[in-house]
Ligand binder design. Structure first.
Ligand code: GDP
Ligand code: IMO
Ligand code: MG
Length: 428
């Protein structure tokens, strides 16, 4: 049975955790393919709130195999803390697996992330300061430390020594920061190495076996399309490929193993960190969206920037990943607006109206949204589970989005809870 990928369609925080949790009920395997603990995926189950950063959002279902793939970057200390927290809440970790090829975030990555953001000052990216970028840099530079290195303390020490030659120069000379001792880092890794060793596995092989056995497999993206290092709003992006194609490299599966690609988008737009955002609102509407949607970052607690839905960006995301379906989350947050706005095109500085996402950063930076207005709805739709129970204006809004993108909306979020969703609404 082919696999399903869940992809963020915007700038992250679209509600992927909730969607993966919903689909995980019918899945045998859930695998994360990129990113690290910059991600924060929320699952609300009754009165319990889970904020997952590295562990796949399938962990709430006992028996579901949860894989942290080779394309992720893993802070061993952060992962151990997350595992301790989950275990303390009574969850079993027996089915968790960590790719031996996943790269490890080391203390110097975190130090360099923070130092480079400070140095960039006004031009900073607004990273989560979790060391994500510097860790992917080392992976590409071939001086990274991988999960499998935790299995051999001698190799680990050797690699840390090599990696720190340049890093210590950078820390000291470029950023005026203290040098780091490789042996100390290795010593501090011993408890984490012992804790994580049993989880380390050849996860690409495991996935191949699962797919051959006809198991139902789910690939969980982190971040979102507009944060993709190749296709997003560079340089205001993360350092990996959240788009669906990233799942193949990030897990070691062929593209022909994937047949369902579910793009997750909010019914409006949010962004955390710096960078251009054409539909951003700095007015009462924006504040109302932020308040009703509780738009604060799951990982850093930062206030998220808010705006109307951007169909230009959504069409782009659908194209890049080949969405076969869309999950539209947080529709309930838009209740109470007398009119809702959809950005259908951009107007360039020269006055030209464009419908395709511009490849050139300056065009995007100066893009002004072209809006289409639709009637809003006053009825509270929180918890609604049937498309027929939505007010006609809300239904029309969903249909307008689906028609524009040319992709069916098969899930509609109507609240935080696991069951606050309209499922399988077909092609509207
Ligand atoms: P992720 O990073 O894509 O998993 O998203 P986050 O968990 O960072 O942020 C999404 C937030 O919206 C979380 O607090 C979710 O509980 C919440 N959420 C998800 N879907 C819905 C929905 O349909 N309605 C409402 N009101 N909240 C939702
Ligand atoms: P989930 O998986 C929202 C943003 C940061 C910053 C940029 C680069 O929860 O959707 P990084 O630390 O990755 O180098 O920061 O990317 N960012 C996210 N924004 N949701 C996320 O993850 C994010 N992960 C990174 O705010 O702008
Ligand atoms: Mg998040």
């Amino acid at each position: 049975m082919p696999a399903t990928v869940v992809v963020g369609a915007q700038w992250g925080d679209e509600g992927k955790g909730k969607v993966v949790d919903l689909l995980a009920e019918g899945s045998d395997v859930v695998a994360r393919y990129q990113g690290g603990n910059n991600a924060g995926h929320t699952i609300v189950e009754g009165d319990q709130v889970y904020k997952l950063h590295l562990v796949p959002s399938g962990i709430l279902y006992p028996g579901t195999v949860c894989i942290i793939g080779n394309g992720t970057v893993v802070d061993p200390h952060a992962l151990c803390k997350e595992l301790d927290d989950l275990e303390a809440r009574g969850l079993s970790l027996d089915t968790l697996r960590l790719s031996g090829n996943a790269h490890l975030i080391m203390p110097y990555h975190i130090a360099l992330d923070g130092a480079s953001e400070m140095k960039l000052g006004h031009f900073s990216i607004g990273t989560t300061r979790r060391g994500i970028g510097p860790c992917y840099v080392d992976k590409a530079a071939r001086v990274g430390i991988r999960a499998q290195d935790l299995l051999d303390p001698k190799i680990l020490r050797e690699k840390l020594r090599v990696a720190l030659v340049d890093k210590n120069d950078m820390l000291e000379r470029l950023y005026d920061m203290p040098r780091m001792d490789p042996d100390r880092i290795a010593d501090e890794l011993i408890p984490a190495a012992e804790r994580l060793q049993p989880f380390i596995a050849d996860t690409a092989l495991l996935l191949d076996q699962a797919l051959r056995d006809g198991k139902r497999v789910l690939f969980e993206g982190a971040q979102g399309t507009m944060l993709d290092v190749d296709h997003g709003t560079y340089p205001f992006v993360t350092s990996s490929n959240p788009i669906a194609g990233g799942a193949c490299a990030g897990l070691g599966v062929g593209p022909n193993r994937i047949d369902r690609i579910l793009g997750v988008s909010k019914a409006y737009t949010t962004r955390v960190g710096e960078g251009p955002f054409p539909t951003e609102l700095d007015d009462e509407d924006g504040r109302a969206i932020g308040e009703r949607g509780h738009e604060f970052g799951t990982t850093t607690g930062r206030q998220r920037r808010t705006g109307w839905i951007d169909l230009v960006a959504l069409r782009y995301a659908a194209r890049l990943s080949g969405f076969t379906e869309i999950a539209l989350t947080k529709l309930d947050v838009l209740s109470g607006f007398t009119r809702v706005r959809l950005c259908t095109a951009y107007r360039t500085r020269e006055g030209e109206e464009i419908r395709d996402f511009p490849y050139h950063q300056s065009v995007f930076h100066n893009a002004a949204p072209v809006y289409e207005d639709m009637d809003g709805w006053s009825q509270d739709i929180t918890g609604c589970q049937d498309i027929d129970d939505l007010p006609p204006a809300a239904r029309a809004y969903v249909k307008r989005i689906s028609d524009d993108i040319g992709v069916p909306i098969t899930l509609i979020g109507t609240g935080q809870g696991r069951h606050e969703v309209i499922d399988q609404v077909g092609s509207n």
